[in-house]
Design a protein around this ligand. Structure first.
Ligand SMILES: [Zn+2]
Ligand SMILES: [Zn+2]
Length: 294
């Protein structure tokens, strides 16, 4: 059965003791953080997805290990990661993930990532902190010494670069977004950054500038149940602004939760309600979508 709106659940003391990594088969998205890159109130906009016995952390920012710890989790307990792009609020916690798993648990961890992004992530960001801690087979360490890559398969055809993969019970589509630089006219000319669609039901933009063709095109193709869209409270920069998102049709706004926002949410909450957005996605809340039995 499809549901129009997700049920929200505030974390109880029990959840805080240990946020579960398994559930009864619903599609659960929990915001480990919901804030923008420099937020001091809401941690960083990374989500934990759980469905049945499958779990996946989407992005792992510099403050995410701390946020996980407050929920009773640790980076060592997370076995599957998906990385959307290389800003520190999405990857800054990965060095801890790599070192803890290699030296404490002596194992690799799974990362869902495209070839294009993996090369940039390793050579431009992770290599400096991870490659030179030991000599391995007479050389420095490589990405594959820390990670088992799950590389999505490109879906041919269509306007926008799209790839798909499956992790346990979870179906994942990755599409390119228009995030950086701020001058790039479209996703093609942007540095690799990705949004995702979970189970062909839920859109999570991660970081993108306003791109109505993307939202409307994906909504048309997948008849989305809910959209989680990044939102900044000013114009310019590299995210969709509230004023730009306000121009989306009301049928879209009503199922759109705003995320990756700045600390001054109280100044904008009345405007967000007036525009009939679904609301602000809240840190540590679980957005649950009922399982569909075919
Ligand atoms: Zn970000
Ligand atoms: Zn970003």
């Amino acid at each position: 059965m499809r549901v129009g709106k997700p049920a929200r659940r505030a974390p109880s003391d029990e959840d805080r003791a240990e946020l579960p990594l398994v559930n009864d088969g619903d599609l659960d998205l929990t915001f480990i953080g919901s804030g923008g890159a420099f937020s001091k109130r809401f941690f960083q906009n990374n989500i934990l997805v759980v469905k049945g016995s499958t779990h996946l952390l989407v992005d792992c920012g510099s403050r995410t290990p701390e946020a996980l710890s407050l929920l009773g989790l640790s980076v060592g307990m997370i076995r599957n990661y998906l990385i959307t792009h290389t800003h520190a609020d999405h990857i800054g916690g990965l060095e801890e993930v790599m070192l803890v798993n290699r030296y404490s648990f002596k194992r690799k961890t799974t990362m869902i990532i495209t070839d294009k992004l993996r090369k940039a992530l390793w050579s431009m960001s992770l290599r400096g902190g991870a490659a030179f801690n030991e000599e391995h087979k007479g050389a420095s360490l490589e990405f594959a010494d820390f990670w088992d890559s799950l590389v999505p398969t490109r879906v041919r055809g269509g306007e926008r670069e799209l790839s798909e993969t499956r992790l346990g019970e979870l179906d994942i589509l990755l599409f390119r977004t228009k995030h950086i630089p701020d001058s790039a006219p479209d996703w093609r000319s942007s540095f690799p950054s990705y949004g995702l669609i979970l189970d062909r039901r839920i859109l999570f933009t991660s970081d993108t500038r306003f791109d109505p063709e993307m939202v409307l095109g994906l909504d048309k193709a997948y008849r989305l149940e809910a959209i989680f869209h990044d939102c900044q409270f000013f114009k310019g920069g590299v995210h969709a602004s509230l004023d730009e998102l306000a121009t989306l049709p009301v049928r879209i706004r009503r199922k759109t939760w705003l995320m990756h926002y700045g600390d001054k949410v109280e100044d904008f909450s009345a405007k967000i309600a007036k525009l009939e957005f679904a609301g602000l996605a809240e840190q540590w809340k679980t957005y649950s979508f009922k399982r569909i039995d075919n």
